[in-house]
Ligand binder design. Structure first.
Ligand code: FES
Length: 137
């Protein structure tokens, strides 16, 4: 697996989504309450951009008129026809075994661990032994 630096974390504020492209892949990254999820950005139904969808949960009802919201922040609803996809797995809510979008691993890393910067000079190991300076090349 190859890691790709796609943006700074502050470009995806809590409650938002960002569309990124890596080669031919169109990917939607969501920040729900500080937790990042990444799925393919193309809905398998008719191709809408899932990054434009609304993040929500699922409504459950034990009887008419009494419903409750479950899994808040775990599903994205396609903006065109409302199909819902699990942000963690990419599986659709209505047919999870047959209908899904690809999900991707996403993480946040400190910038200094990702890039050393463009300007570097050659360095050498230096040590001191019995008052003699020793340079190792
Ligand atoms: S294009 Fe997504 S549900 Fe139709």
């Amino acid at each position: 697996m190859t890691e790709h630096v796609v943006c700074r974390l502050d470009e995806i504020p809590v409650g938002s989504a960002k569309r990124v492209s890596i080669g031919p892949r169109d990917i939607a990254i969501f920040n729900v309450g500080g937790k990042l999820s990444a799925i393919a950005n193309r809905c398998p139904h008719e191709g809408a951009q899932l990054c434009l969808g609304r993040v929500s949960g699922s409504a459950r009802a034990d009887r008419p008129g009494q419903h409750r919201l479950e899994r808040e922040g775990e599903l994205v609803r396609c903006p065109w026809h409302g199909w819902e996809f699990d942000l963690a797995t990419g599986k659709s809510y209505c047919d999870p075994e047959r209908m899904k979008v690809r999900s991707f691993e996403v993480s946040v890393k400190p910038g200094d661990t990702l890039a050393e910067g463009p300007y570097q000079i050659e360095t050498f190991e230096v040590s001191v032994r019995d008052a003699y300076v020793v340079l190792t090349l």
